[in-house]
Design a protein around this ligand. Structure first.
Ligand SMILES: [Mg+2]
Length: 343
């Protein structure tokens, strides 16, 4: 009988955040896991401004079964862009502070547990992406306040503080935010609306709040756009709070729209724009829904490998506080990857 071929995992690894010793140790753990679990693993350290698509095309000739990415959301975003047109599943190995995208899918943060998804307890989910001004993006896009906030928060701050890094810069970004008239063309239908911010999330913040459970499903072929007008820090938090509680309309939450095909965001004067936290110039912003276009390896609901990090634990870790005991009864909600959306 023919011997089963050893499968091959090709990993893009962004070592930027770690110290040399830690980086080597991390790679050794990956290789060790591969040796013991029947995977041939090739690790490619990424560097700044590298053409990842070219690197991927070259390695593809040796036959890759799964593409891996070890890094934070920025690296994941770059790899997803490079994967356009390449029909292989992706394994995200969280190695950043935030890793918001991975949190959406309960991908374990423990390295060995995460690698184990290659052999057990996982399925391939089909995840929607957005084509934002021509680039594939996974998390969100926006113009106005959110773009100012994300652009003013440095990579260094994000690596140190994660989500909290943004809180630090809210006041500063709001000061420079003004109201404009937005013209939104939503699946061909035009809406005019005055606001200071338009935010288009494809996925949640990995905190599993009401809004994420109900409005930000990255597997339904629908993307929401929120137009708000935060005027000061208090009103920003009011908007956030209303959204988390499920109120879709308050004084400062002006509107939510949904689109299935394309959203064009124009404004009467140019506003800074971002996608996946990176600056992408100014408005207009054209976002196309690319449904079920990423094959992502995720834990199945019942899997003990599924990683769940509560908000408490997350903040405790960032703030270096003692971590409270986790409830043992946390359940993975049913919402992601309903059968009807499977290909
Ligand atoms: Mg969706």
């Amino acid at each position: 009988m023919e011997k089963t071929r050893t499968k091959k995992l090709f990993i893009f690894f962004n070592p930027a955040a770690g110290h040399e010793k830690k980086v080597d140790l991390f790679e050794n753990r990956i290789r060790e896991w591969g040796k013991n679990n029947g995977w041939r693993i090739d690790i490619h350290r990424t560097h700044k401004n590298e053409d990842l698509k070219k690197a991927l095309r070259q390695r593809q000739k040796d036959g890759i079964d799964v593409i891996g990415v070890a890094g934070g959301d920025g690296t994941v975003s770059e790899v997803i862009s490079a994967m356009a047109g390449i029909d292989l599943p992706l394994l995200i190995i969280p190695a950043g502070t935030g890793n918001i995208f991975a949190r959406n899918f309960y991908i374990p943060f423990n390295l060995e547990k995460c690698l184990s998804l290659l052999n057990e307890g996982s399925e391939v989910g089909f995840v929607d992406l957005m084509l934002v001004n021509g680039s594939y993006r996974m998390l969100n896009a926006g113009a106005g306040f959110n773009a100012r906030l994300m652009i003013s928060t440095t990579r260094d701050e994000k690596q140190k503080l994660g989500f909290l890094a943004y809180l630090k810069n809210i006041g500063k970004s709001l000061k420079r935010t003004h109201q404009v008239e937005f013209v939104l063309t939503i699946d061909g239908k035009e809406e005019r609306i005055v606001g200071a911010d338009v935010f288009i999330p494809n996925a949640g913040f990995g905190m599993h709040s009401w809004i994420e459970e109900n409005l930000l499903n990255p597997n339904d072929g629908v993307i929401s756009a929120f137009v708000t007008r935060p005027s000061d820090v208090q009103s920003f938090f009011r908007i956030l709070w209303d959204a988390i509680k499920g109120k879709s309309r308050g004084v400062e939450v002006i509107s939510r729209f949904e689109f299935k095909d394309e959203l064009l965001v124009e404004s009467d004067r140019p506003l800074p724009a971002q996608s996946d936290g990176e600056p992408i110039g100014t408005t207009p912003l054209r976002i196309k829904v690319v449904p079920s276009s990423l094959k992502l390896i995720i834990p199945v609901r019942e899997s003990p490998l599924a990683g769940f990090e509560s908000i408490n634990k997350y903040f405790s870790r960032i703030l270096n506080l003692p971590i409270l005991e986790e409830q043992t009864s946390l359940k993975i909600p049913k919402r992601i990857f309903s059968d009807q959306n499977r290909k």
